[in-house]
Design a protein around this ligand. Structure first.
Ligand code: TMO
Length: 320
């Protein structure tokens, strides 16, 4: 899975590059590397972005990649683009590479995102005062498990989503212990079981997602997110800690590319800058797999069929 660096081209690959240019015209010699992560809208969207780039005459390659570490990989040129940069999860990691200059903030989708602690509606009767976080905290014991008692359990997502829930719990001095699920499916499986038995549960969720089409529920309201909350201890309601705030409520969803990409493949970059998913697009991509149980490729093909004029406009105007 360790890709070869483009810029480390020795004599042999430089010669191959020359041949490819001679034979194939302006095409770049190597495929555009798109990462595959561990939630379904991303997997379907990666396939869609790949197919759109192929429609524009470009070659793509899918690379399974850790979603937290991918920004460093992109900084090194090992990955060309990330099409679902969620502010709540990856904003800090992404912006760090952007300010270094090795990752480019290429586009912002219309989709507005929120990633936060969440509970199914019936939990509201168990903890008066929800969705306020202090009401949740006051009733933490109801969420305790053998593993976490006397503290309540917060079921977080996989650690690679960089949610910093431990820091949040410490920052707000909460009576909760974070247990990270191994996968998105593990989150949804626990939610299904708890809902069936009407048992207290508070877990990580996000929007746009398929969940809102299937479950009634709410995000916990933490102290409002503000710039610097995750970096500056002196700011926020607790003067001694970082992370004493919730995640952004109108978070961005961005596309980032490796800094060398626009120059290396300007035609593909022009397409990438036009790609723009809205909330419904992302929710549908998740739903086709999570609810309708389609294969990722079939879900991507269905979205492309249903949205042809939209994506054709993104490819249009870039000659190939
Ligand atoms: C990055 N995610 C959408 C799983 O929160």
């Amino acid at each position: 899975m360790k890709p070869i660096k483009y810029l480390a081209a020795g004599g042999a690959s430089a010669a191959l590059f020359g041949l490819a240019l001679a034979a194939g015209g302006a095409q770049a010699a190597d495929p555009i590397k798109i990462p595959l992560h561990n939630w379904n809208s991303q997997l379907v969207g990666a396939e869609i972005v790949g197919r759109i780039l192929e429609e524009g005459g470009h070659e793509v390659e899918y690379v399974p990649a850790d979603s937290g570490a991918v920004y460093e990989a992109m900084c090194e040129g090992d990955i060309d683009l990330v099409h679902e940069v969620w502010q709540g999860a990856f904003g800090v990691a992404f912006e760090k590479q952007v300010s270094k200059g090795c990752v480019v903030d290429a586009a912002t989708h219309d989709a507005k995102t929120r990633e936060e602690w969440w509970y199914p509606a019936y939990v509201e009767e168990m903890c008066p005062g929800l969705p306020d976080w202090q009401a949740l905290n006051a009733c933490a014991a109801k969420f305790s498990t053998a593993e976490t008692k006397p503290k309540g359990r917060f079921l977080g997502g996989p650690a690679e989503w960089l949610k910093k829930d431990d820091e949040r719990v410490a920052g707000l001095e909460m009576n909760f212990q974070v247990v990270n699920a191994g996968s998105a499916d593990a989150l949804w499986a626990e939610l299904a079981i708890a809902s069936e038995k009407q048992q207290p549960i508070v877990l990580f969720n996000w929007t746009p997602n398929f969940i809102e089409a299937v479950y009634d529920g709410k995000f916990v309201e933490f102290p409002e997110y503000f710039e610097g909350c995750r970096e500056d201890a002196s700011k926020g309601i607790n003067p001694n800690t970082t992370h004493d705030c919730g995640n952004p409520k109108d978070g961005y969803l961005k596309i980032g590319v490796w800094e060398g990409f626009p120059e290396k493949n300007p035609e593909a970059y022009a397409i990438i800058q036009k790609i723009n998913f809205n909330n419904l697009d992302i929710a549908v991509m998740a739903k086709l797999v999570d609810v309708d149980k389609m294969e990722v490729e079939d879900a991507a093909a269905k979205w492309m069929d249903d949205n042809e004029s939209k994506w054709r406009a993104w490819v249009e105007g870039s000659s190939s």
